[in-house]
Design a protein around this ligand. Structure first.
Ligand SMILES: Cc1cc2nc3c(=O)[nH]c(=O)nc-3n(C[C@H](O)[C@H](O)[C@H](O)COP(=O)(O)OP(=O)(O)OC[C@H]3O[C@@H](n4cnc5c(N)ncnc54)[C@H](O)[C@@H]3O)c2cc1C
Length: 526
């Protein structure tokens, strides 16, 4: 891709553009993620002329399949860069990816799908024919050599497995057991029973004839075993040196207790041991065929998308909580137009009307409706809030109402409030809410500010209000009155602990709707 500027940021950089990488990019691109695939262009099956067992594209040339895939992901905005990743640093949210071509891009997540590189046994002439008539997988190219003369190179004790599966395709299979390899006796018996011949000794070389046609293998004794195809168990290794500095290390891949090559270990989600780095396809499991690698890429791409979506939602929750529970938002709220009527709260009027006036502490006083009501009834009020703008309004309103002498303001945050021995005859809090049960601690703090014989009144929106259509998503901020009781010791006499129904005009429609207040009134023994 030309025209890509340096220092770009993507949601995900995919390292490797084989079927796993492009399929992961597809899932991510279709979820509207910004994705860059960086691909060195050497898929594992490139030496083969055709790819098999890929439903819908049976027999497609390997590079053609990827060309189709690149065009498909491009339709969803995925960018593909022909380059090789050589460096990775940083951490989840801000990885820096560097390439051989000198590109530097940042990404919130990394998907490693670089596949594996096959190491072949050291038999002269073998490597040149890899993927042509030197084969490894009965499912990839077994059908194509059916009924032919096949040699299976026994380089591990598991070689009988390949003998077994290729015998399914041809009745002329010879297993050549390399020096130093011990086939288990039951495998030897199995080969004899199904008609797989066994010879011993590491072959000397691959023998070719006219036009480089395969003739066969020169065996350890110098004789030539004529063959049409040679089957070999390669050692596939993952190359992820660039992940080393971040702590992602390859590990041996085990099948039936035998170690084959190396892979990047992953969780079922594709997560590696390093947060933010995922892997899929052959890089994680050498036994995955094309379609399995593609499927894995889609699955891991989806997990990455889910992780990013959750991360974004967590940030939105934090921002929303900030707007509900943190001081700057309330300063802003009380700095604009007046936000409420100035009337006393219904439950304060109901619960405090008969109390003899004394000293009152109004917690979360806002613009001062409750404080003024109390002052007008002879109380000496400390009106408190954590927003200075609110307190300025209380002072203004108290002066206007002629009760300035009975209302003092105090800046305090209920979450850290320590009365330090100071007490009031009435401590009242209306509609102070905190997430995750935080009000119990607050009520404990408020209770410690009540004078002997005094009253604590805490009123909140009842949890049942969420069914009214108001307070959507406030569930974890609401409490019933009795959920606050653990804050009060035995010296308290609980006088009211209930959900009290009332009605309120809907803020948008003006229609009267049924709501309820959680009311807790308690008296400290005097
Ligand atoms: C000879 C042969 C024939 C096969 N035939 C078949 C078959 O017919 N059917 C079948 O189902 N399976 C077949 N397979 C298996 C098949 O090749 C794998 O299952 C498949 O390639 C795995 O896909 P992948 O996307 O995980 O890795 P790959 O296809 O190997 O793709 C990895 C890509 O990542 C790139 N890359 C690696 N490192 C970096 C880096 N640092 N930066 C950028 N890019 C990087 C590579 O160049 C490559 O393009 C065959 C395998 C072999 C060896």
């Amino acid at each position: 891709m030309d025209g890509m500027s340096d220092d770009m940021t993507f949601d995900v950089v995919v390292v490797g553009g084989g079927v796993a990488g492009l399929s992961g990019a597809m899932a991510l691109g279709r979820s509207r993620r910004s994705v860059l695939v960086i691909d060195a262009g050497e898929p594992r099956n490139a030496p083969a002329d055709h790819a098999h067992n890929y439903l819908g594209r049976e027999g497609v040339p390997p590079l053609e399949l990827l060309e189709i895939g690149r065009a498909e992901v491009a339709a969803y905005g995925v960018e593909v860069l022909a380059d090789r990743v050589v460096g990775l640093s940083g951490e989840a949210g801000s990885f820096l990816v560097t390439t051989e071509g000198g590109r530097r891009v940042t990404a919130r997540r990394i998907l490693v799908t670089g596949g594996v590189t096959d190491e072949l046994p050291d038999v002269p002439g073998l490597a040149e024919r890899w993927g042509k008539d030197v084969l490894h997988c009965p499912y990839c190219h077994g059908w194509e050599v059916r009924d032919q003369r096949i040699a299976v190179l026994g380089t591990t004790p598991m070689a009988g497995h390949q003998g077994l599966l290729f015998r399914q395709l041809s009745d002329d299979v010879t297993l050549i057991v390399f020096d130093g390899v011990e086939l288990p006796v039951e495998e030897v018996e199995k080969m004899a029973a199904i008609g797989v011949k066994i010879v011993h000794g590491t072959p000397q070389e691959v023998v070719t004839g006219d036009g480089d046609a395969l003739v066969g293998l020169r065996l350890a004794d110098g004789s030539v075993l004529e063959r049409d195809a040679i089957v070999v168990a390669s050692q596939p290794h993952v190359s992820v040196d660039y992940l080393g500095p971040l702590g992602v290390e390859p590990a041996p891949f085990e099948m039936n207790g035998v170690a084959y090559g190396s892979v990047v270990p992953v969780e079922p989600t594709g997560a590696t041991s390093v947060p933010g780095i995922f892997a899929a396809g052959n890089a994680t499991d050498i036994s995955m065929t094309l379609i399995a690698s593609a499927a894995h890429g889609v699955r891991v791409g989806a997990w990455i998308n889910a992780e990013l979506a959750n991360e974004e939602a967590a940030a939105a929750v934090a921002e929303r909580r900030g707007s509900l529970f943190e001081r700057p938002a309330w300063e802003e709220r009380y700095s604009g137009d007046k936000v409420w009527s100035g009337r006393v709260n219904v439950q304060l009027a109901a619960e405090a009307a008969d109390l003899p006036p004394g000293q009152a502490l109004d917690i979360g006083c806002g613009e001062g409706g409750d404080a003024l009501w109390l002052a007008e009834r002879g109380w000496q009020v400390t009106a408190s809030d954590f927003a200075e703008a609110a307190l300025a309004r209380v002072t203004e309103h108290a002066a206007e109402a002629g009760v300035g002498g009975r209302v003092e303001t105090r800046l305090l945050d209920v979450r850290t409030f320590e009365p330090d021995g100071e007490t009031w005859d009435l401590v009242t809090a209306h509609f102070v809410h905190l997430p995750d049960g935080g009000m119990v601690d607050v009520v404990r703090r408020l209770a410690s500010a009540v004078a002997p014989g005094g009253t604590l009144l805490v009123v909140g929106h009842a949890p049942s209000d969420v069914h009214s259509g108001l307070r959507h998503g406030h569930d974890s901020f609401m409490h019933t009155a009795d959920q606050l009781l653990p804050a009060l010791g035995e010296e308290w006499q609980v006088e009211v602990c209930e959900s009290r129904p009332r009605t309120q005009a809907h803020p948008e429609t003006g229609e009267e709707i049924a709501i309820a207040d959680a009311v807790l009134r308690a008296r400290l023994q005097g």
